[in-house]
Design a protein. Structure first.
Ligand code: G3P
Ligand code: CA
Ligand code: CA
Ligand code: CA
Length: 257
């Protein structure tokens, strides 16, 4: 196939993988340079395959320590401990702080300027086992799904704007498959950012939704963290409220198109 690195010069001034595909006719998956509207250049992964491609990796949510509850590495909830005094936690869903790298998106959290800068229509999510090398993400993935309803334009064009409208903030429902749901509150008013491939219909969303604010009242902080309470009934047991070991140990990669 095509070597993406041979076309970096043109791609550098593109704002998204969709632009790279549409304006330069590039169709190979891989790392490309993008430039934000403010002029920040960064590198990320483009999925040029799924449904004709054009998907920009903008973030990954990775749980580095399921036993660390809102401790270091819980960037998509709080690294400051479970506290009602930090209702937004670290605020990563609605700020411009960036971290990590595309190549390490299954080793740690990742967030690039595309997360807040790209104006997109749909979201794609891949669940990829931790530490998978980039060239194997697609084949190693446990689950991949994307929206197709062009829901983002009505919500500000990206998740940064969507979550400005629907804050991931403490205090401000089991599930039905086939959806991606944003800003979900549980019965104790704790908030989560994204529910993976499902629409919650119950009130214990802390067992399958990720990211969140800085306070999860139930269990004295035991539910606080990037992968919330995936381990409520034991780590990786897939019993009662616990997620499977596979899902607990897979990063959630978020793309826009
Ligand atoms: O989130 C689960 C909790 O609300 C109830 O769990 O263990 O008391 O049945 P448990
Ligand atoms: Ca943690
Ligand atoms: Ca994390
Ligand atoms: Ca609960």
């Amino acid at each position: 196939g095509e070597n993406p690195h041979g076309k970096i010069d043109k791609a550098t001034y593109s704002q998204s993988c969709k632009d790279i595909r549409d304006k330069h006719g590039i169709t190979a998956d891989g790392l490309y340079y993008l430039t934000s509207s403010a002029g920040v250049t960064y590198q990320t992964f483009c999925d040029m395959t799924t449904d004709s491609g054009g998907w920009t990796l903008v973030a990954s949510v990775h749980e580095n320590n399921m036993f660390g509850k809102c401790t270091v590495g819980d960037r998509w909830s709080s690294q400051q401990g479970d506290s009602s005094h930090v209702p937004e936690g670290d605020g990563a869903w609605t700020n411009k702080v960036t971290f990590g790298s595309a190549e390490a998106a299954t080793d740690d959290d990742f967030k690039n300027p595309g997360y807040y800068d790209i104006t997109a229509e749909d979201v794609s999510v891949w669940h990829v086992p931790n530490k998978s090398p980039m060239n194997l993400w697609s084949t190693a993935s446990l689950l991949r799904y994307h929206t197709a309803r062009k829901f983002l334009p009505l919500n500000g064009g990206n998740l940064y704007n969507l979550f400005k409208r629907y804050p991931v903030r403490y205090g401000a429902a089991e599930f039905q498959p086939g959806f991606i749901t944003f800003q979900v509150f549980n019965t104790e008013q704790a908030v989560m950012a994204i529910c993976s491939g499902v629409k919650p219909t119950g009130c214990n969303t802390e067992h399958f939704c990720v990211g969140g604010g800085g306070h999860f009242p139930e269990g004295n902080g035991k539910q606080c963290g990037d992968f919330t309470s995936f381990d409520w009934d034991g780590y990786g047991t897939h019993n009662r409220w616990s997620a499977s070991k596979e899902m607990t140990e897979a990063a959630m990669l978020i793309f826009y198109r």
